[in-house]
Design a binder for this molecule. Sequence first.
Ligand code: ATP
Ligand code: MG
Ligand code: MG
Length: 574
Amino acid sequence: EKSAPRNFIQQIIDADRAAGKNGGRVHTRFPPEPNGYLHIGHAKSICLNFGLAKEYGGKFNLRFDDTNPAKEEQEYVDSIVDDVNWLIAGFGETEGFRVQGSENSSPAPRTPNAEPSLLNPEPFFASDYFDQLYAWATQLIKGGKAYVCDLTAEQMREYRGTLTAPGKDSPNRNRTIAENLELFAQMRDGKFADGSRTLRAKIDMASPNVNMRDPVLYRIKRAHHHRTGDKWCIYPSYDYTHGQSDSIEGITHSICTLEFENHRPLYDWFCRELGIHHPQQIEFARLNLTYAVMSKRKLLQLVQEKHVAGWDDPRMLTIRGLRRRGYTPEAMRAFCERIGVAKFNSTIDMAWLEDAIREDLNERAPRGMGVLRPLKVVLANLKEGETIELDAPNHPQQPEMGSRKIPLTREIFIEQEDFMEDAPKKFFRLKPAGEVRLRCAGIIKCDEVVKDAAGKVTELRCTFDPDHSRKVKGTIHWVSAPLALTAEVRLYDHLFGVENPDNAPEGKTFLDNLNPNSLEVVTDAKLEPSLKDASAGTSFQFERSGYFFVDPLDSKPGRPVFNRTATLRDSWTK
Ligand code: ATP
Ligand code: MG
Ligand code: MG
């Protein structure tokens, strides 16, 4: 096994283990907020956290950071569990997390007394810690470390100061402990209007780090929570919840993206002041990709305004979308491994993602032939009604994948662009009086070009020669015209037409950078007949044109619909 250089997070963990920190334990987590579907950036975080737990024989938690009831929904919880399970299958993990309250998406029950597992099958929810968080807030008040503040949100912003100017103390900062305890209990009991009071930590209004200027721990908000219902009308802030949730779960390394670097002093402050298990927060650079937007808010906007068909539109870089596009968990994992983890933000070329799926499917996708834009060719020396059964290997390098029969008939289809009337010298496909090889069949020579009144080529008349041994430069794909399966094939391009869609000129938004040609639906592609029985959710390489995935939602028995996952790197030289 090759020994890759240790990334900076592995180096931190190696050192912690060498020093005996946490008894050598490694326990990571992935903490999504259930306010949208997961995207490829989340996949990076899952692969990183899950990969570390697996590598060190540790544990991995899935925890929902569900502290903002206004934006969170059960639908998102379910989809996240399903996507995480799908992704960790790429690590060879066959058992995943259970979706609560949903029988059919539950993984197989665990074997009792099995080896302690990498993951706890029940996902965690920050909302399950609301009672504990409340008790801890009371503890902070009793220690003189938190107070109830009556400033409005707007006043609080004013008092907060700026990066260059210190903030001002709240007029309520010196309330007595007894008064704070009483007011906080009244906040919980619904005695005050939404937004009228907050509970704040008493840290330092002059701190150079704005996050340390008496941050808000609790807000009053009457909102129905997808799990706790109407039990609470105060909700804890992200900062107050996150580290303590890590602590409760015994997380050792709390890995997050760089925006949280300035929150780390606060993370540490809470654990220290409360005297609880203190995980180590480590920040890494978030994934950015060319031709993509990655924020959930923007992805939601694309869905709500119907710029795409849904969260699972194959052009979306959601895990859902990529799954429907035909990506495999193994390819996603390979991609995440290859891009590595860094301490500085950068943008990864989308081509890396496409390479990862090509490499995976090149190994395992059976081959087939499909003509997207058909041109009829008559093989004049074959008899009408005659069918020649040819044998075609399902994979050129993997004989164990077997072979299939392909029928050759007098009339076939080839790709329109594989014929050129006035062809340049280097054009090694079909031209008048030229020869080309038909994959798996033989060689054809173009004797006659038939055109319609407008001069458009409608048909070629050729002679077929079954002799394979002659040397002919080009090879093209084809299908039998009378026996072909006519199918819908969807061709995708980048959803955005520019490398950095977030970078929109004055008065424009990322939506103005949408690529109007990101989807092309070919309704009458001609496919070799064996593809009629292609099962939903499987992948094929159509020779010379790319990798295609049988759409799991729109395909019907005997009527598959194909989504192009990726083109081949270099289709002409094949
Ligand atoms: P977004 O900014 O897209 O809305 P988020 O960070 O608000 O994402 P969360 O649900 O809070 O979404 O994210 C869960 C975890 O995934 C966090 O630990 C976060 O750091 C990580 N994560 C989110 N986006 C990326 C990304 N682009 N690259 C790597 N990790 C990410
Ligand atoms: Mg977040
Ligand atoms: Mg966000």
